[in-house]
Write a protein that binds this ligand. Structure first.
Ligand SMILES: Nc1ncnc2c1ncn2[C@@H]1O[C@H](COP(=O)(O)OP(=O)(O)O)[C@@H](O)[C@H]1O
Ligand SMILES: [Mg+2]
Length: 234
């Protein structure tokens, strides 16, 4: 579904992503793990066309994305849940969720999807009328994921959904990510929390200083002594 070849991202003279190659098959959940500063978010931002890559190719369902204007990405079925969530703070939960569907006009289906999202996140249903800016960090993360789901994506790009959240919230959010994956969604999951990411994904890539250094099935990475020493705190 997604085929990234030789992707490079630079900020001025600094090379944050140094020619990485990876792919995501339809229906898969793939983890991209690595320490802070490894280049994970830069990779996602380049895929979401929020920044212009310095080089490389991003093919998505056979189409070259690098030449596509960013506003067309939602229409292509790609949704980014950015680091830091980016909910609209003055809008209610419900308004945020409806914003996720702004590019759609299948009214009846939007309502069905809204019910589905509120079913995945009962917490959001309870807080439907609450202003998003007053939600807890975990609830905002739920809302950001819910809003992305409302665009009815084929590919979800998740940037550090566990960041800064209490373990119980992380658990709830990852249960939903797992459910959405089982429902057939293709997911690229970026996480510093390598253990969590490798436990829910099928395959993983390890990123270090802008390069992919290891890739394997997630369960093999979880058992790999080098990965365990470097990323699982052992
Ligand atoms: N907007 C920016 N301007 C300059 N440098 C940046 C910017 N964003 C990220 N970087 C640098 O790029 C590198 C990779 O950052 P990032 O992609 O955010 O890593 P990660 O998400 O893995 O923590 C880091 O050295 C970071 O300091
Ligand atoms: Mg990041």
């Amino acid at each position: 579904m997604l085929e990234v070849t030789g992707l490079r991202v630079s900020y001025g003279g600094i090379q944050a992503v140094r020619g990485i190659t990876f792919h995501v098959n339809e229906g898969e959940m793939v983890a991209l793990i690595g320490a802070n500063g490894a280049g994970k978010s830069s990779t996602l931002r380049a895929l979401a066309r929020l920044l212009e890559p310095a080089g490389g190719s991003v093919r998505y369902r056979g189409k070259e994305l690098v030449s596509l204007p960013p506003y067309q990405l939602v229409g292509e079925g790609i949704a980014l849940v950015p680091e830091g969530r980016g909910v609209f703070p003055r809008m209610s939960c419900l308004e945020n969720l409806r914003m996720g569907a702004y590019a759609r006009n299948d009214k009846a289906e939007i309502e069905r999807d809204l019910e589905h999202v509120l079913g995945l996140f009962p917490r959001l249903k309870e807080r439907a009328q609450q202003t998003a800016g007053t939600l807890s960090g975990g609830e905002q993360q739920m809302l950001a994921i819910g809003r992305a789901l409302m665009s009815k994506p084929k590919l979800m790009l998740l940037d550090e959904p566990s960041m800064g959240l209490a373990p119980i919230m992380v658990q709830k959010i990852f249960e939903v990510i797992r459910t959405v994956s089982l429902e057939g969604m293709t997911i690229l999951l970026v996480e510093q929390n390598a253990k969590l990411a490798l436990e829910v994904s099928q395959r993983g890539y390890v990123m270090e200083s802008g390069e992919i250094t290891v890739t394997d099935e997630s369960k093999k990475l979880l058992a790999d002594p080098k990965v365990r020493a470097a990323y699982l705190g052992e």
